[in-house]
Design a protein around this ligand. Sequence first.
Ligand code: CO8
Length: 298
Amino acid sequence: MAWRAALRSKAVIPGLLSCSSHGRLCASPTFITQRNNSTSPKIKVDYDQTTGVAVMHMQSPPVNSLSLDFLTELCISLEKLEMDKGCRGLIITSNQPKVFSAGLDILEMYGKSPEHCGEFWKVVQEMWLKLYGSNMVTIAAIGGSSPAGGCLLSLTCDYRIMADNPRYTISLNETKLGIIAPFWFKETMVNTVGHRNTEVALQLGLLYKPAEALKIGLVDQLVPEDQVFTVATQTMTKWLTIPEHARQITKSMMRNPTIDKLRTNREADIQNFVSFITKESIQKSLRMYMEMLKQRKA
Ligand code: CO8
């Protein structure tokens, strides 16, 4: 698997002293993954051994788009945390202002070879499988917009807390790009907000403001922008009081049917994605969407 090879080729610096989210200095195993071809990591993980809670900061400017490199780092970090039995909770948050994640990096899907698209999709699947099936309690602290793959990332978590700012939006807006959310994106949303809400949101490619997202259950709680992380930490403390084994089995029971469906169809899902995304008409849609993003900015 390509991302596993990447894992082997990456240098991991264990045991660095770093500041935890609570402002305390904590020893190992806070770690930073270093890539051969990049100077700064796109993911920073602070792990507080005393609480058993890790915080994953996405820090890939400008908008935390989920590129191949980004997702590879994310999978490596997740694998390390999952293997550490002392790590019971994970908060995912963004260090970028106004954005949780802009979703899949469109540049990984535009003008790329079928081989590249296949490799990219495999790591997207891997990220979802790891997070949706995680044994840890996972909480998304959403301090900004989170369209498409960014929304999917948050939907893999057990609980979502979003900044109450009407400038931010969240949902799966794939149809607006002329592309189709795959079945496991769709089912993750159905499992969260139900069939009807998903059907409307997906067909129209709707992006919801926080209040609307709360109304349909796409997020669980809205809080003032400066309190997102604090409330996420308090919520984590509550979730960690539940007997671990019972909570984990319940989570698997709820999620495994969807996970198993992708696991047994992974190769076909990759083939579908590659043949779809490399179509000339779809490439044209992606180009037009990127131009629209640039024009909106100008
Ligand atoms: N990928 C790559 N680059 C991006 C992306 C992205 N997803 N989003 C934004 N950028 C770029 C912009 O083009 C811009 O580049 P530049 O600085 O070179 O002009 C830069 O990031 C900053 O963007 P903005 O100026 O728009 O930043 P704002 O802070 O104003 O807005 C938003 C942030 C709200 C996140 C906004 O950038 C946005 O709406 N982005 C597009 C989000 C989107 O639609 N993502 C969909 C990606 S597709 C996906 O995730 C699922 C695909 C499933 C495939 C299934 C196929 C079968």
